[in-house]
Design a binder for this molecule. Sequence first.
Ligand SMILES: [Fe+2]
Length: 187
Amino acid sequence: MPEALAALIARLDAAVQLGDTAAITRQIKHELETATQNGAVALPDRFRRVRPEGYARRLLHRNDELGYTAVVMTWGPGQGTPLHDHAGIWCVEGVVEGRMDVTQFDLVDESGEAFRFEAKGCVHAAVGSAGCLIPPFEYHVLANAMTTPSITLHVYGGEMTTCHVFEPLHDARGRYVRRERALSYHD
Ligand SMILES: [Fe+2]
């Protein structure tokens, strides 16, 4: 692992030991912003490969003892996620390269199988910026805002093996249905 990246991992190790979620995510946001502003996230080539089928999700680092993972996502032009949650796990996401459109949603109603959300506005996240998702505020959509690849680094308070995605019902009330999605790592 390149030296600058190893240094960032060491700083993440320290951050996740701060105790409460608010302090941890605040510090990780600071670490990701500093590292990406300084170009310190020098990723090995395999993390840069775009997958034509959809965005790539590759494990950069996992620390079982401290209970966190760092995941790199690589987004080709036009690639993005559906509306999804984070399985109740906190997350901090920083932009390493390119630019992302990030739309946060609030869950406003849940009745039976149907869910309603309110979009909280779209943020154009550029290199050097990072955002936190702290449950119960954990619903969002990510999309590459560029016509070239973008790369993001995600730090999770655990290992996210499943999440929920929300598919529009296309009814008059703008409701969604929830589906479980298994998550895995690409090569
Ligand atoms: Fe997400």
